[in-house]
Design a protein around this ligand. Sequence first.
Ligand code: PEP
Length: 251
Amino acid sequence: MRTPFICGNWKMYKTVSEALAFLDAAKGLVAGAAGVEVGIGAPATALKSLADAARGSNIRIGGENCHWEKEGAFTGEISVPMLVEAGCAFVIVGHSERRQYFGETNETVNRKVKAALAGGLAVIMCCGETLGEREAGRTGAVVTDHVKNGLAGLTPAEMTKVVVAYEPVWAIGTGRTATPGQAQEAHAVIRELLAGMFGDQTAEATRIQYGGSVKPENVEEIMAQPDVDGALVGGASLKPDSFAKLVNFRA
Ligand code: PEP
């Protein structure tokens, strides 16, 4: 049985005080969500305060990016040990915005995934096609490329700490959600791929989140798909009420 994982991705939203006000309001609203893992990926400045404030609750805090080196002359970057010390439990790697605007490639994604796991963080590794790629019939090929190369060289034991997020780029922040059928189709491709890479048992145990304009109105039908094991949510994770409705999708 895969425990559903609902995770916010705040991107570059919320100052420390805004983040803490959110947490204060959200903690009680999600506390009763049994059998659901709850996370928030937050901007680096807010991580330590958020993780401190979330202690004792069922909300885990994660970074939105990391570097693969432990330290060094990499201005503006954040390392895995820094995230760990701040209290992070996981890190999001390979988000399409990082690939699109910050030059992230399958190779750097792979290095980051390995560094995060070696440093004790769980990983959400994102993959997904652009609209042009979907229209060209390349969804399967693109997702395969991202997953195969992003997770290359990992062991089945390491995969127990990895979540794959399928996020079609054309559905992120656009209000245009993949249909439940489109999500299921891509997730099934990913699970089959994972079986080839790591064996059936690992593929069955690995959680695959869907991301792309998930909101309270559509979360239930997305989560009802057999290979959808959670959601990575941007816009709809920014307000406590909306976030709580996502987490409580079964209610
Ligand atoms: C995301 O940022 O990963 C995302 C899916 O954003 P949104 O929910 O706003 O589409």
